[in-house]
Write a protein that binds this ligand. Structure first.
Ligand code: FAD
Length: 468
């Protein structure tokens, strides 16, 4: 059975980029077809990314916070962890959100087709569903097909102990010894979950340091905490071989920081990055250019080289983050509707929801040094924050970078509990062109972690009167 469907705008992929674009375009009066190969909307982020990982990280946080109270006068027993119930709760959260998206799509009269979409030419996508097939003819298209986990060649994929982030999010008991390959955001977030639930975690990262894109001084509170808790954190280390040994896997390491002997693990997570799905949508049949890494290049209105075909989200470039995808989705929808719009965000904030969290935006010192941009910095250590001390978590730091010429904020980085929430004040400050004085003259509630931003600005201005 094949039917033909006509629309103004076809959106390929229903992740945060795709559904945002589809909703905005529908609200602007267009007839929309949204194509998604999964049976639910929400993409990686809602189903197997941001949301389920944050549910598990919350559980992890409760366990470690409870344990941290034991020498402060409150002792709980050993936590009893029921992974079946925990998975159910996590899935309930996901379902609430994905059901909500379906309702929002229905309310906007968006046609949702579940199947794999492939361009057949520059005005048509063929969609193959489980039973049905559709030919969707469109005036405009938005490619929002996202990214997939990178696989390491030669590894025994199919072995139950070898998982990617999707497998790691589906708790199947709690492994005794776990190896996390890749010390980036995704790997370290999962390491944090399994450590709290009782696994003995080893992290192996190829670069010199974990989370390579952030400055080293803001990484150090995280590094200190995890080197204290985990079995090992190897940097400058490659897992050269991974071999089956019954139910377990044996890893052989290589590199400057590597252990000499092979080690045996009950579970191995590969989190070495994600690659864009540019080559999997038949874009070349529509004449859409794809670069050598699989990204689809776009201009500031999210247009590809074919002007009526747009691309957004993970598929069109780094950083691969949900809020960048939805921001770009809005632009593509508005550009198609003929509105004056273009990508003009000054920064894409990044957050590792580890314990402690690491969050940064704008310029980093490393980038500034590389580009020769002159800057000043001020750093406020959380062990002088009253609020951080009352939470028993003085392991944090708030850093501001600003312009030597006019004092305007250039970047910020925060390590500590809730750093991800705290970062947004600095992002707004950057977008509004605020300088250090603007921050220093803004009253912040006391005692709060947000005060560390105020204190860092006062340190920078040399107007510190008291730190608490
Ligand atoms: P996706 O969410 O990847 O959606 C693309 C959709 O297109 C998918 O549903 C896919 O099924 C569909 N599709 C692809 N090809 C086809 C086709 N040919 N036909 C039909 N459908 C197709 N980001 C954050 O900002 N914060 C976080 O905390 C965070 N945590 C993460 C945790 C994990 C474990 C992972 C893996 C990722 C995380 N990310 C996080 C990244 C975030 O998930 C992505 O940046 C985001 O999902 C990108 O959105 P997107 O719309 O570009 O694509």
């Amino acid at each position: 059975e094949e039917s033909v469907v006509e629309c103004d705008t076809l959106v390929l992929g229903a992740g945060p980029g795709g559904y945002t674009a589809a909703f905005r375009a529908a609200d602007l009066g267009q007839k929309i077809v949204l194509v998604e190969r999964y049976p639910v909307l929400g993409g990686v982020c809602l189903n197997v990314g941001c949301i389920p990982s944050k549910a598990l990280l919350h559980a992890a946080r409760v366990v470690t916070d409870a344990a941290d109270m034991s020498d402060r006068g409150i002792r709980f027993g050993e936590p009893e962890i029921d992974t079946v119930r925990l998975n159910e709760w996590k899935q309930d959260v996901v379902n609430k959100l994905t059901d909500g998206l379906s309702a929002l799509a229905r309310a906007r009269r968006i046609t949702v087709l579940h199947g794999i979409g492939q361009f057949s030419d520059s005005h048509e996508v063929e969609v193959s569903g489980q039973k049905e097939k559709w030919r969707v003819r469109f005036k405009n298209a938005i490619i929002a097909a996202g990214s997939s986990a990178v696989k390491l060649p030669g590894f025994p994929y199919g072995h139950p102990a070898l998982v990617d982030s999707t497998g790691a999010l589906q708790l199947d008991g709690i492994p005794g010894r776990m190896l996390v390959i890749g010390g980036g955001i995704i790997g370290l977030e999962m390491a944090c979950v399994y450590d709290a639930l009782g696994s003995r975690v080893t992290v192996a990262e190829f670069s010199e340091g974990i989370i390579p894109s952030a400055d080293r001084d803001v990484i150090s509170p995280l590094l200190e905490r995890i080197t204290g808790r985990y079995e090992a954190v190897y940097t400058g280390t490659r897992v050269a071989r991974l071999e089956e040994s019954g139910k377990q896997l044996v890893a052989t390491f290589e590199g400057v920081g590597a252990p000499a002997k092979p080690q045996t693990f009950d579970q191995v997570l590969v989190a070495v990055g994600r690659h864009p799905n540019g080559r999997s949508v038949g874009a070349e049949k529509a004449g859409v250019m794809i670069d050598e890494r699989g990204f689809i290049p776009v201009n500031r209105r999210q247009q590809t080289n074919i002007p009526h075909i747009y691309a957004i989200g993970d598929i069109c470039g780094e950083p691969m983050l949900a809020h960048k995808a939805s921001y770009e989705g809005r632009i593509a929808a508005e550009a198609i509707a003929g509105l004056q719009t273009e990508y003009d965000a000054l920064t894409v904030p990044s957050v590792a929801y580890t314990d402690p969290e690491i969050a940064w935006m704008g310029l980093t010192e490393r980038e500034a040094d590389k580009k020769g941009i002159p800057y000043e910095k001020s750093v406020f250590p959380w062990n002088a924050s009253g609020r951080a001390l009352t939470m028993g978590r003085p392991d944090g730091v708030t850093k501001l970078l600003w312009s030597r010429q006019d004092g305007r904020l250039l970047g910020a980085a925060i390590a500590g509990t809730n750093a991800g929430e705290l970062l947004s004040e600095t992002t707004l400050a950057l977008e509004m062109g605020a300088d250090l004085e603007d921050i220093a003259l803004t009253m912040h509630p006391h005692p709060s972690l947000s005060e560390t931003v105020l204190f860092a600005s006062e340190v920078g201005l040399g107007t510190v009167t008291d730190l608490y």
